[in-house]
Design a protein around this ligand. Structure first.
Ligand code: ITT
Length: 198
């Protein structure tokens, strides 16, 4: 029996790690930052998600020596001029506090009618392998609802209703249903297609 190949996913977000393991299936053993004993908070200082994905992957390669990939995701809301974008994790003022992030979005959009509540999630993945960098992207379009629906998923899932779905938010879908159409699912599909070419 051959061992599964190991690859590091440079994230501290347990939900994202879980989604990634589900999407990538059996081909790879996906290691987290904790698995390689990386416990520092890698600064995400780039002006866009592509830059932040690159910073995280390069940090792990430089300090820990592993080939790896990282993702950065932003929710871009048209009525808010593309915000929260790169600020998605800390939009409400406290890093990784999804309830505050959602409260702020709903407050700022209180007077925006449904037809102008369009938004999309975008994910950029940076892979560093054998000294080369590769970038993959995924996107899903939808609407921001006026209140939360569902308890699954994470982040902004409870207020995001994808156009391709059946009216449910991401938080009302199973992980598999979300992954089939989501920004991260699509970016990872591009990543795994690339890795399979080996
Ligand atoms: P790492 O940088 O450690 O990977 P993070 O939580 O900062 O984790 P991102 O920068 O990729 O993750 O995403 C920024 C925020 O966007 C994240 O904290 C969530 O609030 C939101 N987000 C990301 N992916 C999402 C998804 O699939 N559904 C809903 N919200 C999401």
């Amino acid at each position: 029996m051959t061992d599964r190949k190991k690859i590091v996913f440079a994230t501290n977000n347990a939900h994202k790690l879980e989604e990634l393991r589900q999407i990538m299936g059996d081909q790879y053993q996906v290691l987290s930052l904790a698995d390689i004993n990386c416990h520092e908070d890698i600064p995400e200082t780039a002006p866009n998600i592509e830059g932040n994905a690159r910073i995280k992957a390069e940090y792990v390669k430089q300090h820990y020596g592993y080939d790896c990939f990282s993702d950065d995701t932003g929710l871009e809301i048209d009525a808010l001029g593309g915000e929260p974008g790169v600020m998605s994790a800390r939009y409400g003022g406290v890093a990784h506090d999804s309830e505050r992030n959602i409260d702020k979005v709903l407050r700022l959009m209180a007077d925006v009618p449904l037809e102008r509540r369009t938004a999309h999630f975008r994910t950029a993945i940076c892979l560093i392998r054998d000294g080369e960098e590769h970038l993959f992207e995924g996107r899903v379009d939808g609407h921001i609802l006026t209140e939360r629906h569902g308890t699954g998923g994470f982040g902004y899932d409870s207020i995001f209703r994808p156009i391709e779905g059946d009216g449910r938010t991401f938080a009302q879908m199973s992980g598999e249903e979300k992954n089939a159409i989501s920004h991260r699912g699509r970016a990872v599909a591009a990543l795994t297609a690339f890795l399979r070419q080996e």
